[in-house]
Write a protein that binds this ligand. Structure first.
Ligand code: NDP
Length: 310
């Protein structure tokens, strides 16, 4: 049996878009399937300042559009569909989607990760009514208001910095006594006079009538207090999106384990980007993963077609 495509890439973030570009440029029949708009988590980044080659901050949406155009220019096909299942039969992958079944010799899963929820009372009820997971999307609604940022990683520090340009009343809480974030980001937050940092503090409940009005906070010595806030921004990490993948080995946090060629335990199934177990989740790392995965998949396809270089 022959497959419809050489490579199918699932997910259109930086990893998927880079894989699509490399694969299409390498003359392989390439299909990228994304369930929403290309770009993934990058779409909500206002100013991306550490992407090599851009001396001035680049807007995440612009970067995503440019990456998509580049992939299309080299001949990648991009469709909007939701992948339901990946099945491998006789060296061919069958990708079941809500728009039909597509087949390929290799699959690159660049499905990314989604934000983690706090799990406190009021979080779900006030989601979209003061509780947010994206400062760029929702920050402007809270100009000059008092906002709470929860988390101690890079995302929390970056997003608190963004919010501090909209209001001088940003309170940031973290459950430990120092930030997990990269030193440069943590130091920037510490030096920002619009951000008040409270370590050893957790959120226990979010309260209000129609929208967020108050938050119950608790210090590590067990003292609880209630404080007025207009919004709560939650940045406490992410959950890898592996639901549609076959059963492959994962690390303790659920990220897919791949070898240095980005190949999983299933031959022909590669992963790239935030879904992969990696010590550093950055856009540049995702792009690198995508390029390696596309290269490895191309070698495998040559082998399957009996065209490998000997
Ligand atoms: P991280 O996993 O790095 O950090 C999550 C933070 O949230 C940790 O400080 C963690 O606390 C805290 N946390 C987790 N669960 C809870 C909870 N239930 N209650 C309270 N706090 C909690 O996630 P990020 O989203 O910040 O970053 C994800 C990846 O993306 C990282 O690899 C990061 O480097 C990258 N990134 C890079 C950026 C950049 O370079 N500019 C920007 C944004 C993300 P604890 O420390 O105690 O575990």
């Amino acid at each position: 049996m022959t497959a419809d495509k050489d490579i199918i890439i699932i997910g259109g973030g930086p990893a998927g878009l880079t894989a699509a570009q490399y694969s299409a440029r390498g003359n392989l029949k390439t299909l990228m399937i994304e369930e929403m708009a290309s770009g993934g988590q990058v779409l909500v980044i206002n100013d991306l300042e550490n992407f090599p080659g851009f001396k001035e901050p680049v807007n995440g949406m612009q970067l995503s559009q440019d990456m998509e155009e580049q992939a299309l220019k080299f001949g990648a096909e991009i469709i909007t569909a939701s992948v339901k299942k990946i099945i491998k039969k006789d060296n061919i992958f069958h990708i079941e989607t809500d728009s039909g079944v597509f087949t390929s010799y290799a699959v690159i899963a660049a499905t990314g990760a989604k934000h983690k929820k706090l799990g406190v009372k009021g979080e779900v009820e006030f989601s979209g009514r003061g509780v947010s997971y994206c400062a760029t999307c929702d920050g402007p609604f809270f100009k000059n208001r008092k906002v709470l940022v929860i988390g101690g990683g890079d995302a929390a520090c970056d997003e608190a910095t963004y919010l501090s340009k909209l209001t001088d009343k940003v309170v940031m809480i973290h459950r430990k006594e120092r930030f997990r974030a990269q030193k440069a980001l943590a130091e920037r937050v510490a030096a920002n006079k619009n951000i008040e940092i409270r370590f050893n503090t957790e959120c226990r409940e979010i309260k209000g009538a129609a929208k967020v009005e108050k938050v119950v906070l608790e210090t590590s010595d067990g003292k609880q207090y209630e404080e007025d806030f207009d919004a709560v921004f939650v940045f406490i990490g992410s959950i890898p999106q592996t639901q549609v993948l076959p059963d492959v080995p994962k690390d303790d946090a659920g990220y897919v384990i791949a070898d240095c060629n980005m190949e999983t335990a299933v031959k022909g199934l590669f992963v790239a980007g935030d879904v992969r177990a990696t010590p550093f989740r950055q856009i540049i790392v995702a792009c690198g993963d995508g390029a390696i995965a596309a290269h490895s998949a191309a070698l495998l396809i040559d082998e399957l077609k009996g065209q490998q270089y000997k």
